[in-house]
Ligand binder design. Structure first.
Ligand SMILES: Nc1ncnc2c1ncn2[C@@H]1O[C@H](COP(=O)(O)OP(=O)(O)O)[C@@H](O)[C@H]1O
Ligand SMILES: [Mg+2]
Length: 332
């Protein structure tokens, strides 16, 4: 149950109601986008709010150094996945109310898109309670130009959860280093933007447009864009003029778990992999098997046959008792 007025502490305070909102984290590579999403994912997990991360870059598994969440696929996989498993995993996530990481780092781009399209379509269909989807490198799934069949499907699925997910309890975080190449329809829906360091003129043009659409004056825009251009890694502008009535810069607070997407430092030796927490996965594997074999309780297969068996035994017993009684009467 989400507590009213509770906050996520990420360097500035954000209401927990962020769970059902649309968030966009826009910045150049290396500015701290993955770090920021990882930071509020930790806050969501602590608050007991389920999150589902789609990670095509294998940059999020470090959360398992501190929090025991299931990882599907990728280099730290608990349960391996195929490109065609999206619908099955989506159904299990909703039915088992899972917080999880789906690491698609081992798949080709179109396979990542097919998986994500099936996952989001299924989750949108079944979901009824607050849940937040974090989409790393969202421009892969909703590109402005690429028109492969899989890209079309993942764009439609993502657009649906972004536009209509709120009524179903679904919020979404879109992370991209290329604001100029992601479908504008999707990004324009955000209730909260985190702008971090950006310099590319096409990207700045997009930010400028977002601010203009929100009614920011030319003077104020100039000041805000100058901040964005000069930000250091980890610094961000929280831009939520409507939902939070806030526009302010802040420094993202330190993560509790390992940052798998960290930039290696010049001259440092390759670091050993950190230790991950163990996770209990038997229930998830059972739920996956039950769905695959169609033997869930909703299907009713086992409980119906149990009832039939009990009835048969009862009538057989009754018949035998009557036969025994009749023979006794005849004998006497
Ligand atoms: N708030 C922060 N505090 C400390 N280090 C940070 C912070 N944000 C980013 N970094 C560091 O900056 C580097 C790039 O961050 P990352 O989130 O991977 O960038 P991006 O996802 O934008 O490419 C990483 O090495 C990370 O450890
Ligand atoms: Mg990143």
């Amino acid at each position: 149950m989400i507590k009213a007025q509770a906050k996520l502490h990420i360097g500035t305070d954000i209401p927990e109601e962020l769970v059902t909102k649309v968030v966009a984290i826009l910045a150049k590579r290396g500015s701290g986008k993955t770090y920021l999403a990882g930071r509020y994912k930790e806050e969501f997990v602590k608050a007991g709010i389920p999150t589902v991360t789609i990670d095509p870059m294998s940059a999020h598994w470090g959360i398992r150094t501190k929090y025991a969440i299931i990882i599907f696929g990728g280099p730290k996989s608990d349960i391996d996945i195929e490109p065609t498993d999206g619908a099955l995993i989506g159904e299990v996530i909703v039915k088992e109310n899972l917080t999880c990481l789906i690491d698609l780092g081992d798949m080709k781009k179109d396979d990542q898109r097919q998986f994500a399209a099936d996952l989001w379509t299924t989750m949108y269909y079944y979901n009824k309670t607050p849940r937040h989807l974090i989409v790393e490198e969202a421009d892969i799934f909703a590109p402005q130009r690429n028109k492969s069949d899989q890209a079309k499907l993942s764009t439609i699925a993502l657009d649906t959860v972004v536009r209509r997910g709120r009524q179903k309890g679904l919020g979404v975080t879109l992370i991209t280093q290329r604001p100029a190449v992601i479908t504008k329809d999707v990004i324009s829906q955000a209730d909260v933007f985190f702008f971090m360091h950006m310099v590319d003129s096409n990207d700045i043009k997009v930010i400028n447009e977002i601010m203009s659409n929100a009614g920011v004056s030319k003077e104020e825009k100039k000041g805000l864009l100058a901040k964005i251009i000069n930000f250091k890694p980890g610094e961000a502008l929280l831009f939520s003029p409507t939902w939070m009535d806030t526009i302010k810069s802040f420094k993202v607070s330190k993560k509790e778990s390992y940052h798998a997407g960290r930039t290696p430092m010049l001259g440092e030796d390759e670091l050993p992999d950190p230790t991950l927490l163990p996770v209990f996965k038997d229930d998830v594997i059972k739920a996956l098997n039950d769905l695959t074999n169609g033997t869930t309780e909703e299907g009713g297969t086992s409980s119906t046959s149990n009832t039939c068996d009990q009835k048969t035994t009862f009538y057989l017993g009754l018949g035998l008792a009557m036969l025994f009684f009749t023979m006794m009467v005849l004998f006497l």
